[in-house]
Design a protein around this ligand. Sequence first.
Ligand code: LLP
Length: 421
Amino acid sequence: MTFTRRPDGELLIEEVSTSDLAARFGTPLYAYSRAGIESAWHAFDRALASRPHLICYALKANSNLAVLNLLSRLGSGFDIVSSGELARVQAAGCDVSKVVFSGVGKSSDEMATALEAGIKCFNVESLNEIDVLASVAQAHGVVAPVSVRINPDVDAGTHPYISTGLKENKFGIDTTAAIDAYRKIADSQHLEVLGMDFHIGSQLTEIAPYQDALRRLLLLCDQLQDQGIKISHLDLGGGQGIRYRDEQPIDLTSWAAAINEVLGDRDVEIIVEPGRSIVGNAGILLTEVRYLKHTADKNFAIVDAAMNDLIRPAMYDAHHDIVPVIEPAVGTPVAPIDIVGPVCESGDTFTKQRAMPPVADGEMIAFRSAGAYGAVMSSEYNSRPMIPEVLVDGDQFAVIRPRPTFDEMLNRDKLPEWMQD
Ligand code: LLP
């Protein structure tokens, strides 16, 4: 079990006391469970077992090298969106031939680096990008493997900021332009048609949008087949939602059955690009209550984590369960409280009027479901150094990204020569 309670109410991550982690490494602090990450990955692998498949973990969700390394040991591939992410995959010792490269704005330098590294496929998103990729491949004397990201115009029913498969979104090539895009690729000596892909959004809880999108892609595959263009893999993106509060996440076995039903006996490799569903519920953010503040209208708990450490509530109005590290006795009454950070913005609010058991100054609390899009979206706003990340494995734990010192933070800035007197 990833997170459990000791008989005295203490929150454990695997076999490790969260209070102990907080005492050793200070708060705020991200902690991840290796078993939690691995079991989420295996759930995809099991669900897709009846077909040739490749799980390309979307490392934008959590790109710590230790996380990448442990997934690579399971045989995972990776979905990258920048040369920086490619550098991470390489530094973590992962197999670059299992990398797909997504993103609407790849530069020619990024394409060149990925071609030299020998990635599996470029997921292209515009006709202009196809031209640039062809000329980069030509300059390198190689043939670039290509998949076209189709914008299937389906409503994934998720938050508008993380919905990507609608016509109005900037992503992908719409179905009417797709055949021309494939013709362009097939006609180029420097490009090779490999696959077709979509990614319709994030934190999806319905299976039907995946089926709808896949049906639209299969129609295109059939048209291409008639023109002698063969699609060897279908990449269904990521987007599987997790339970933050009371969502009913997609059951992967039912999801895979629904996908297989649409695919029938087609002979294609399936690629998936899950991010959140692999790491989201395997991580927590530990934070200490600094001050309780009572005003005429409200109660506030000011904690030592802030919007720069976990931006999801400020940015998407996202809900994270917040639990005391030491569970209060059964029947302890709850009362509404605002939990806020120390940053000088009203937006630095994690939750408003949350029903919580009473917390005290100095008490440790944990934000659940913080393993995805937490550390990776953090910043040093208010000159708050990035917070440490810790990986737990059974009774072992290790810091996988230390808290930088002030010197490390400050030494990245430079005074211009003419101001050094
Ligand atoms: N593939 C592509 C092309 C993507 O753009 C994304 C996520 C994924 C895969 C992985 O999606 P996932 O399985 O994690 O849903 N920062 C937001 C989420 C942004 C997702 C962006 N794209 C959040 O904190 O909710």
